[in-house]
Design a protein around this ligand. Sequence first.
Ligand code: TTJ
Length: 644
Amino acid sequence: MAQDTHYDESNIQILEGLEAVRRRPGMYIGSTDERGLHHLVYEIVDNAVDEALAGFCKNINVTLFNDGSVEVIDDGRGFPVGIHPKAGRPAVEVCLTMLHAGGKFGGGGYKVSGGLHGVGASVVNALSKHLMVTVYQDGKIYRQEYERGKILYDLKIIGETDRTGTTVRFWPDVKTGETPEPGIFETGAFEFETLHVRFREMAFLNKGIRITLKDERTENGRFEAYHYEGGIKSFVEFLNINKTCLFDEPIYIEGVKDGSTMEVALQWNDGYSENVLSFANNIHTPEGGTHLVGFRTALTRVINDYGRKNKMLKDSDQNLTGDDVREGLAAVISVKLQEPQFEGQTKSKLGNSEIRPMVDALVADKLSQVFEENPTLARNVMDKCLSAARAREAARKARDLTRRKTALESASLPGKLADCSERDPAKCEIFLVEGDSAGGSAKEGRDRHFQAILPLRGKILNVEKCRLDRMLANEEIKAMITAFGGGFGREFDASKLRYHRIVCMTDADVDGSHIRILMLTFFFRNFPGLIENGYVYIAQPPLYKITKGKTEKYVYSDEQLQRQLDEMGRDSKPDVQRYKGLGEMSAEQLWDTTMNPATRSMYKVTMKDAIAADQLFTLLMGDQVEPRKDFIEKNAHLVSELDV
Ligand code: TTJ
């Protein structure tokens, strides 16, 4: 009797709790768009990862099904099915139906994979039109199912087994437009690529675990397995793939203090960009935080101390800056702490102040030891930092020339720029046009109200192979920086951009595609966020003009040409003109086909995976020839249709 009463009470609580989640899903999973949808998967996988981190499970298998559902299988101990003392119900049911902060079950090990999510499996249950949990334990198979968080039947035994583990399959509640259950999510389309990047990251951050991802939605769907015995050391090797490194193996540092674990892996390459990723409790912290500050200060201090001690710094007051010591550095910092505090605009900055001196002390201690024990390594690192410092000094002088004072000060705009009259950046477009003659047509054909034209002569500089100082000496580069108006590099500020559409307009040939890649490399390396914000576009000029009688048609691909010719009929011989370059088009034609927002098609450059983009640019523009040849042979079509 007493038990029954208790059940009723907690049942009411359950319904109220999960109703609140359905009423305000954003409070629990951030949003109900594609991001929120993917959060559901991370949330479930996090539970299995915790079991893996506790040392009881090695394999986590994720499958995407055609009916919109996702299944997560682990080979852990199996979620406890015994009666939860407080709730008087099976623990697995409590986990899936009661709002909790996570880590409350079983005691002992703490939950580390939570954080930004970590809201609990019950939130996923509340936001799923259906969810099925299966537990394999003590020779039996247990099952329970739910509908939008409501229990469909009590936990029951459905069979026998000789394995252990937990399986959750859920069907997200996607909006259908029907009442009374209008649904939660705007989309139910899981992206393989998004999950792939996240699970790869998870496997790097938790050495030894094996995650697989299988797409059963299409006939020959993808399958991937992620498993790295080297953990974040493998992560850094991966970041430096196809790059020439200053020493063979990444430096790996680990330590534990006051219940927090800290891991750092680092390795310099001979390039000029910095690729330092920080994580707290397996959550990427792109805004950094105390763990990153601890790492950076230790790194700069150790290198300056070493340089001074070994008389590599000229005079006693020469100091290498943080930027100097991080040029060409790839590193991963991963901390796991009991109670992470996430701050910042997107809650992606670690705030725990105690972690900063802990990481600082650990890195300083271990890194100076590595330098002492490996003088060749230390010498190579010092040389790299010192030449970065020399380039920085030269760049400082050049930079002053390109820095724009106010957005309206048109006197400092490049002479070749034909600016637009509109001042609202959201309405403005700038076309970067290959060649002066095409630039002329574009200037004539444009709508000068909102379209600006900047002609670029010939190939622009390959920024992958040169430093800031040489970059800033280049006229085309200088012109782009001043025209864009948001500064560049570390100082780049997207809110000061003068155009929200930056359009690469190059010829539809091999040279054009090369120039386009050079431009994209330049953007990716020097304007952080420009591509992510969706400000970069590629114009799509036509390849052919077909004329038959009085009709004129422009077509943009060879397939389209054949289709159009079939449609028009080939008997009375339509005239086909192939455009070899933008310069062959009249101003009017250029407007009609490529620039007029009403008729043109433009390709927006997107970037789901910054690491892949980095690797792609390294491959395409770096100095290792063999991997580039391999890549281009395998992906010839991709290089011309570059989607970063
Ligand atoms: C808790 O402490 C006692 C032993 O089991 C621990 C546990 O939480 N195990 C666990 C949970 N393993 N797997 C899960 C799990 C896996 C998935 C896919 C989904 C959920 C909600 C939990």
